[in-house]
Write a protein that binds this ligand. Sequence first.
Ligand SMILES: NC(=O)c1ccc[n+]([C@@H]2O[C@H](COP(=O)([O-])OP(=O)(O)OC[C@H]3O[C@@H](n4cnc5c(N)ncnc54)[C@H](O)[C@@H]3O)[C@@H](O)[C@H]2O)c1
Length: 438
Amino acid sequence: MNIAILGTGYVGLVAGVCFADAGHEVWCVDSNPDKITALNAGKVPFYEPGLDDLFQLNRKRMKFSESIGTTVAKAQVIFIAVGTPELADGAADMEPTFRAVREICAAATEAKILVLKSTVPVGTFRKVASFCKEHSKFEMEIVNNPEFLRQGAAIEDFLKPDRVVIGCSGERATQAMRELYEPFVGKNNKPILFMDNASAETTKYAANAFLALKISFINELALLADKLGADIDSVRAGFTSDSRINPAFFSPGIGYGGSCFPKDVRALIHMGKTHDVDLKLLKATDAVNERQKTILTARLSERLGSLKGLTVALWGLAFKPRTDDVRRAPSLKIMEELFLNGAKIRAFDPVAAKNAKEACRVPFEVCDSALSAATGADALLIVTEWQEFRAADWRVLKTKMKQALVFDGRNLYDPAKMKAMGFEYYGIGRQIRSVTPG
Ligand SMILES: NC(=O)c1ccc[n+]([C@@H]2O[C@H](COP(=O)([O-])OP(=O)(O)OC[C@H]3O[C@@H](n4cnc5c(N)ncnc54)[C@H](O)[C@@H]3O)[C@@H](O)[C@H]2O)c1
């Protein structure tokens, strides 16, 4: 099949490479000329494990361009995978999506199946359909196919999805979507869930909102556990062994970030407001998450008093491990607070330092290793749970740090072992001595 994908970000490029891997001819279009230049030169413009290998393997079935003209003429199915970022009022910015739809309508010379893969507010399919009716003389069948991949495991998630959700009504689109996704779900015995468009659009928000809610729930409980002298790991093991409670994605930390959960929770709150439904649970989810991003610096200030002139090391800048994405990463908020309190910041991340430098509003020193970042530091903050941090050499670190003080925002280490090695160690929900902010 000939496929076009508009948007070559984490979702669009991964989808393109995986469809090419299944034997399809894929045109990738992106309005960012730098991305297209990189892709045409054989370079993947961002970090995603396994993507480069699969990209090199399938480049022969992929083409890249800044404009859609000739692409549309050939493609039977056109995916829109452009960003839907957050506007100031929490609503999703639909300008890139409608710009893409306008370009498709202008270039189309025959009927198309137009697939909304981006996370779009419920009811978008209706707006896109009426826009197409107005701006194209050819029939555009609108499909919603929300994406559930996780950055850091995107290839695996796309190749072996738990399910594929398709919102559409026409037979032609149903057949095309079945043909495209059967190779990914068939061998793993996973379902393609066909439903109406509005339900597919809602499903994506429901999934992200529920995962965000789980994270805020365990984070809030961890703050209380701290005060009550309970150990959140034991509590978690105790209550998630109930077969009704899935333990996945249920670990305490310093809050969720990234380009999806924060904006999708807020977009859903905004949709509720538009339709006179006060989504109290999601407002609390968002508020708890914002508070959680401040707990490491609150604890640090409580322990050290003034941070003026002190050196604080950060391990991890990406919003999660195995990605270079720093959008809404807790690290950005933490570094701002540290800077405003007069601390000097030394940070290390295996891949995200460049993006963090561009996104962070305050100065910080980028170090080329975890050890180098911690050298001379008055305190070390664990911000992203990169695998390589788990095997830290604490004996060496003890000799290099100015003070043996560790605030572990991801509960990577065993508090008893850290204490035995002479470190003053604070985790999340595991230490009675820590404070609850706000
Ligand atoms: N990143 C994830 O983990 C993830 C997972 C599931 C769903 N989603 C959703 O998928 C969508 C895309 O997310 P992403 O992380 O891939 O975004 P991204 O920011 O990484 O990529 C979006 C790309 O679209 C391009 N673009 C913008 N307007 C365009 C236009 N009119 N024509 C062509 N290209 C255009 C941008 O230049 C950019 O390269 C969003 O709605 C997001 O919520 C993301």
